[in-house]
Design a protein around this ligand. Structure first.
Ligand code: SAH
Ligand code: SF4
Ligand code: F3S
Length: 444
C-alpha cells in the first residue's frame, strides 16, 4: 500500500530540516507519497513551533480545521511533533482529541514505529524523550536533503541550548546542547556534495557552541569543524546560523582569515541595544562587548555584513531603551534581520514578570525598527552596484536560455549572460543594475 502523507511545518530552519528527516525516515520504511491536500492524506504530521504564542496557536487552529476530516475518515492518523509537543506534552491530547501520536524533535526517527503501533493497538502514543541525537545516524544514501535550491543544503550540527535567556522556551523544548559527531556531519556533507550540493548552511540553536568528539576521542570545536568541512572539495560556500555572541572566540574570528569559503554575512543576534534590557534578558553580554566583537570581526573580514534578531517590548523596555536599539541598528547597519514582539512563554524566567508594554506600543516599535532595517537594506543593495560579487551559479533562466542565475553571499539572486559549464561554479560577476527582486550583472 502507498501511504499518503501530509506534512505541515512551522518554525525555524531546524524544524524544516527535521521535517525533511521525517521524510527520509518514512522513505526508509515505506512506500509513501507526499500529498498537499488534506483530504487525500491518510497520515497527517504536524511539526510545530512554540517560540512565540502566535506560533503555538497555529497548531490548535490547524487541528480545529482538520477535525471534520477526521469525523468522516476516522482511520486517518494525526501525529504532532516539534516544540509544542515538548512544551505542552499530553495536554495536547486534552485540547484536541483528534491527535493520535505526540512525538518530539529527538524521537522523530521512530515516527513509522509509532504509526504501526497505533494502528495495531489503537492507543494514543506519546514519546518525547531526549534520547541524544541518534535521529541523525543511518540516513539512507539516496536522499538529497535540499529543500529549495539545487546547490544549497542545510545540515544540522548541534541542537539545544544551555543559555536560558529569560524569555526563551528553546532550552525547554530542544533540551541542552548536544553536538553531532564530526564524522557523521562530514559524511553527510560529502554525500550531499556528490549530489551536486556546493553550498552548506550549518544549523544549530548556537552553532558556535559546537563541541563534538572525534572518533579518536579528541575534541572538535566549531573552528575545527569548519576546517574539516572546508577541506571537502565540492563544497564551495559555507554558511551557519545561529551563532551566539558569547561563543564567538578569537579562534573562531581567526578562522575567517583562513577559510575564504565562509561567507561575508554573519547572523549574530543582539536582541536589544540597551544594557539594562540585555541584563534582564540574561543574554550574558553588554552592548560594548557586542560592538567590540563586530570590530574584531571586521578587522579580519572588512566586507562583513551583520544581521540580527531583535525583541521589542520586553517587559520594562522604555522609550529610551528602545531608542538605544534603534541607534545600534543604524550604527552597525544590520541587514537581513528579524524583529519580534515579546511574547511571554511558559517555564521561562520572564513569564511571571508583568508584560507591561502594550501591544500597540510593541507594534509601533516593530514598525520603527523594520523601517530602519529597510533603509539599511537599500544602503547595502546600492553598495552592490558596480561591485564584484562571488556568485554560485544555480540554473538557467526560464525566460531566456542564454541567461543564467545564481546567488550572492548575502542570498541575492543575480541574472547574467552565461553558458552551461558554469552551472554549480562559484564565479565573479560585476553587478550592473538593481531590480526589485533581483540583480543583473556581467561575467568578469
Ligand atoms: N539561539 C538564537 C536564537 C533562537 S530563537 C540566539 O540566541 O541568538 C530565535 C529568535 O526568536 C531569538 O533570537 C529571539 O529574537 C526570538 N525569540 C525567542 N523567544 C522569544 C519570545 N519569548 N518573544 C519574542 N521573541 C522571541
Ligand atoms: Fe533561546 Fe537564548 Fe538559547 Fe537563543 S541563546 S535559543 S534566545 S535561550
Ligand atoms: Fe520554534 Fe522550536 Fe525552532 S520553538 S524556533 S521550532 S527551536
Amino acid at each position: 500500500m502507498c501511504e499518503k502523507v501530509y506534512i505541515k511545518t512551522w518554525g525555524c530552519q531546524m524544524n524544516h530540516y527535521d521535517s525533511n528527516k521525517i521524510k527520509v525516515y518514512l522513505s526508509n520504511y515505506i512506500n509513501y507519497s507526499l500529498v498537499y491536500c488534506l483530504d487525500e492524506a491518510n497520515i497527517i504530521i504536524l511539526n510545530t513551533c512554540s517560540v512565540r504564542q502566535k506560533a503555538q496557536d497555529k497548531l490548535f487552529f490547524f487541528l480545529d480545521r482538520i477535525k471534520n476530516i477526521k469525523k468522516f475518515k476516522n482511520n486517518i492518523i494525526v501525529a504532532v511533533g516539534g516544540c509544542v509537543s515538548m512544551q505542552e506534552k499530553e495536554k495536547i491530547f486534552l485540547r484536541s482529541n483528534i491527535v493520535d501520536i505526540i512525538f518530539g524533535p529527538q524521537t522523530l526517527h521512530k515516527i513509522y514505529d509509532f504509526i504501526l503501533k497505533f494502528r495495531k493497538n489503537k492507543k494514543k502514543i506519546i514519546d518525547i524523550n531526549f534520547s541524544g541525537i541518534e535521529k541523525n545516524i543511518d540516513l539512507p544514501n539516496n536522499i538529497n536533503l535540499n529543500f529549495n535550491r539545487r546547490s544549497l543544503s542545510y545540515v544540522s550540527i548541534m541542537e539545544g541550548c544551555n543559555k536560558f535567556c529569560s524569555y526563551c522556551i528553546v532550552p525547554y523544548t530542544r533540551g541542552r546542547e548536544i553536538s553531532r559527531s564530526p564524522e557523521n556531519i562530514i559524511s553527510e556533507i560529502c554525500r550531499l556534495s556528490l549530489y551536486g550540493v556546493s553550498e552548506i548552511n550549518l544549523l544549530g540553536q548556537n552553532v558556535n557552541a559546537y563541541n563534538g568528539i572525534l572518533k579518536n576521542n579528541k575534541r572538535c570545536d566549531f573552528s575545527y569543524l569548519l576546517k574539516l568541512i572546508s577541506n571537502i572539495d565540492g563544497i564551495k560556500r559555507i554558511k551557519f546560523t545561529t551563532s551566539h555572541p558569547n561563543n564567538f572566540t578569537d579562534k573562531l574570528i581567526n578562522t575567517y582569515s583562513k577559510i575564504s569559503k565562509i561567507i561575508n554575512f554573519l547572523h549574530l543576534p543582539i536582541q536589544s541595544g540597551s544594557d539594562n534590557i540585555l541584563k534582564k534578558m540574561r543574554r550574558g553580554y553588554t552592548t560594548d562587548y557586542y560592538k567590540n566583537l563586530v570590530k574584531k570581526i571586521l578587522c579580519v573580514r572588512k566586507n562583513m555584513i551583520f544581521g540580527s534578531d531583535f525583541i521589542v517590548g520586553f517587559p520594562t523596555e522604555s522609550i529610551e531603551d528602545f531608542q538605544l536599539t534603534l541607534d545600534l541598528v543604524s550604527k552597525i547597519k544590520f541587514d537581513n534581520s528579524f524583529v519580534f514582539m515579546y511574547s511571554p512563554r511558559p517555564h521561562t524566567k520572564s513569564f511571571n514578570v508583568l508584560d507591561d508594554v502594550s501591544i500597540e506600543e510593541k507594534k509601533n516599535r516593530l514598525y520603527k525598527i523594520n523601517d530602519l532595517l529597510y533603509k539599511n537594506s537599500i544602503y547595502w543593495k546600492n553598495k552592490m552596484i558596480n561591485s564584484i560579487q562571488k556568485v554560485l551559479v544555480e540554473g538557467v533562466s526560464s525566460k531566456n536560455l542564454d541567461f543564467y542565475f545564481g546567488y550572492t553571499e548575502n542570498s541575492k539572486i543575480v541574472y547574467f549572460k552565461g553558458y552551461k559549464n558554469l552551472l554549480g561554479q562559484l564565479i565573479k560577476i560585476k553587478i550592473i543594475k538593481l531590480y526589485k527582486n533581483y540583480l543583473y550583472g556581467v561575467l568578469i
